[in-house]
Structure formats: C-alpha cells, structure tokens
Design a protein around this ligand. Structure first.
Ligand code: COA
Length: 384
C-alpha cells in the first residue's frame, strides 16, 4: 500500500506556485531582479510622473495610451457611473457598523450585479465586460467612501461628477474637497497600485473569469483575496506596527524582539522583487513630503529606520505597502480603509486581466501532487 509520503521527498510542486508561469499577458510585467515594473510597455516611473489614473486604466484595458478624445470619453463614462444604486447604499446601512470595510466592499460589489440594468452584465463579450469594468472602477470608490460615512453616522456624500476618481474619492470620504497637492499624490498612489501581474488577487480574478463566470463574480473573489494580511492587508498591518512601536528610539529593540520571535515585519519582503520595489520609491517620497507638510515626521522616520535595519539584518527591502501606510496616515485616512483603497486602484488591473482572459480563454485547472494515502479499505462507521 502506498502511504503517499514517498512523493514529498522529491516534490514536483512549486511551493506557492513560485516561479510558475501561469498565463501570457501583455498588461504588466515585474522584473524582480532589477526592480522594474511596466504597464503595457510603459515604465511605472514615467506613468507616475506624467500620467493620471484614468489614463493608466485606459492603457491597461486597451494596450495603448489614449488620444485626448478617447480619454475624455472614458472620463465621462466614469463620471456618469460614479453613483451607486440606492438599493446597495440602503443595504449597506443595515450592515453592522463594526464590519470590516473589505467585507463590506466584497458584499456590496457582489450585490451591484443585481441592479445592473445592462442585459449583458453576465456576458463575457468584451463590449459587455468593459461596461461592467467601467461601472466597477467608477463605483468601488463610492462604496468605500459611503461605508466610511455610514459607519461613522455621517451623511453619505453624493459623488462630484466634475472631478477625477482620486479627488472624488477623497471628497466623498471627507465631505470636503482635498487640496490639489494631496489629490495629485493620491492619484499617483492609484497609478502605483493599478496592476502587478499575477499577484494573488489578480490570479484569483483570472481563475474565476476563466470559468466564464461574470466580471462581478471575478472581482468579488479578487477583493476577498486582496483582504489577506500577506497581500493587500499588509498596508494596514504596517501602520498598526508603527503605532505599536510608538517612537523612533524604540524601533531597534522592537525589531530585534520581533525578529527573535520569528514575526514577519509587515511591508517588508516580496515574492518577486529581490531589490527595491519601484512603487516604494514614490511612496517613500510622499510619506516624507506629507510628514513635513503636517509637521509629523515621526512615522516616516520610524519607517526609514525599519527599512535600514531590515536591509542590514536580513537583506530585505520595503514593498508597496510599507510607505503607503504612513502616506495614507498623513492623509488622515482611517487604517482599515488602506486595503479598500488598494481595491479602488487594483480594480483596473483585475478587469484588464479579466478582459484578457475572456478574449482568449482556457479554463485554469492545474493539478495537485497527491501526498495522501491510497488503497485504504473502507471501514463501516460502527467499526471505526
Ligand atoms: N519579515 C521578516 N522575515 C521575513 C519577511 C518579513 N517581512 N518576509 C520574509 N521573511 C523571511 C521568512 O521568514 C523566511 O525566512 P526563513 O527562510 O528563515 O524561514 C524567508 O524570509 C522567506 O520568506 P517567504 O515568506 O517564503 O518569502 P516569500 O517570498 O514567499 O514571501 C511575502 C513574500 C510578501 C509573503 C513575505 O515577504 C511577507 O510575508 N512579507 C510581509 C507581508 C507583506 O508585506 N505583504 C505584502 C506583499 S506586497
């Protein structure tokens, strides 16, 4: 009788699918050795410097930068779709106020499907899937902002249809317009988080859409995958860690005890990058700029010290979540909205990958290396 244990000695399975190429894609590429991230051929630094989130979304979906009229057309489609169906807002009012915003987002996005009047909302044809992608990109920010208002007992703010996604989100969440510099930084944050090849949540959306399930279902699954602390949940965990440490002078001793206890330092390390994550370069800058502006540099300084020590002690680098934590904190954004904000951006990459999957679909169905026993005789229940 085989016990199955033999097979573990020389395993054919790649742990966590590391290094496995699971799809062809022209949406984005990560060069982990050199620390390069591109979207459809364009370097992330160029896009962060010169582009807007809406332009990047067009790029991810269409494989080329838009002409002026094309960008204007997409902008007006987003803006006319900012408002979330009243039924979904009413449903959200019934949720427990302490519900995790990622769980709220997951449930609300799933429910949007019921109120989509496009008869093709379940179709996988590009034209229909694109319509849903536009709605979701426009409405996820509204849901996240509305939940913040609802749970704090404030009036839900109607979207401002003459502003871009970044400005509109900050406006709906706070009830007042952000200053232009902050709105621009937030827009760049959305660009930086838009796509990252086959990360866990994007892979999830590809697996779901690969069954020809609809866009709402695939994105709902993507939100669930993003919520975990080893993925999008890390940005909130970073800020909790900074608050737990409390001050710059406590960083080193805290870190030594955490490493001795084999704790993972949130926001550090990456499954693909073996050098600086190019997105962290921008967020480090923003964390410092906002810290200086708000005269509260301690979070930036603590982060910088952790970064230095983790590099010295473990040869590790910060990832996208590390400095986004103190950047969002300086923007006054509640901790548990950091991961939903990741979704506000990543919806663009998810839907780009879903469109790509539908366009040339093959059901994703890998194999498992079976390591359980075989040939066991069935024992009747009263004899076990
Ligand atoms: N802090 C301390 N040690 C870490 C670490 C961290 N953040 N990340 C990895 N390591 C260590 C592991 O303990 C392991 O050590 P070991 O070989 O002695 O057991 C080694 O580095 C490899 O770790 P592993 O988890 O297998 O690396 P990975 O490349 O598969 O994991 C992450 C990548 C992102 C899951 C991991 O670095 C991590 O958990 N980081 C913190 C969470 C985070 O920021 N996630 C957001 C990612 S964008």
């Amino acid at each position: 009788m085989e016990t199955g244990k033999e097979s573990t000695a020389a395993s054919a399975a790649s742990e966590g699918l590391r290094g496995v190429v699971a799809a062809q894609s022209s949406i984005g590429d990560v060069n982990g050795e050199k620390g390069i991230l591109i979207y459809q051929g364009y370097d992330i630094h160029d896009l962060a410097e010169h582009s807007s989130f809406e332009e990047v979304v067009y790029l991810l979906w269409n494989g080329k930068l838009p002409k002026k009229a094309e960008l204007e057309a997409l902008n007006s489609q987003f803006r006319s779709n900012y408002a979330v169906p009243a039924e979904v807002i009413s449903m959200m009012r019934t949720f427990p106020k302490e519900a995790d915003p990622m769980d709220v987002l997951r449930t609300a996005v799933s429910a949007l499907d019921f109120f989509d009047n496009n008869t093709g909302s379940h179709s996988t044809e590009r034209e229909d899937a694109l319509k849903t992608s536009i709605k979701l990109t426009a409405q996820i920010p509204t849901i996240v902002a509305a939940w913040e208002r609802i749970r704090t007992g404030k009036e839900v703010i109607a979207p401002k249809s003459d502003t871009n996604i970044a400005t509109n989100f900050l406006y709906m969440m706070r009830g007042e317009m952000p200053d232009a510099e902050e709105a621009h930084m937030f827009d760049v944050c959305l660009i930086l988080h838009a796509d990252h090849e086959l990360n866990a949540s994007t892979f999830t959306t590809r697996v779901i859409s690969g069954t020809l399930a609809d866009v709402y279902g695939a994105v709902t699954g993507g939100i669930a995958a993003l919520s975990g602390p080893l993925h999008g949940g890390a940005n909130t965990a970073v800020m909790k860690m900074l608050l737990e440490i409390g001050s710059v002078d406590k960083v080193e001793s805290w870190l030594d005890s955490a490493l001795a206890a084999k704790r993972k330092i949130m926001g550090i390390g990456h499954a693909v990058y073996k050098t600086e994550d190019p997105r962290a370069t921008w967020l480090r800058k923003y964390s410092r700029t906002l810290g200086e502006k708000k005269k509260e540099l301690k979070w930036f300084e603590m982060s910088q010290k952790i970064e230095k020590l983790m590099h010295e002690k473990k040869g590790m680098f910060p990832n996208v979540d590390f400095y986004s934590a103190s950047t969002y904190y300086m923007m006054g954004i509640p901790l548990d909205l950091y991961t939903p904000i990741f979704a506000v951006s990543r919806i663009s990459g998810w839907t780009g990958h879903i469109l790509e999957q539908y366009a040339d679909n093959k059901l994703i169905r890998p194999r498992a290396e079976y390591i359980g026993p075989r040939d066991l005789p069935f024992v009747p229940i009263d004899q076990r």
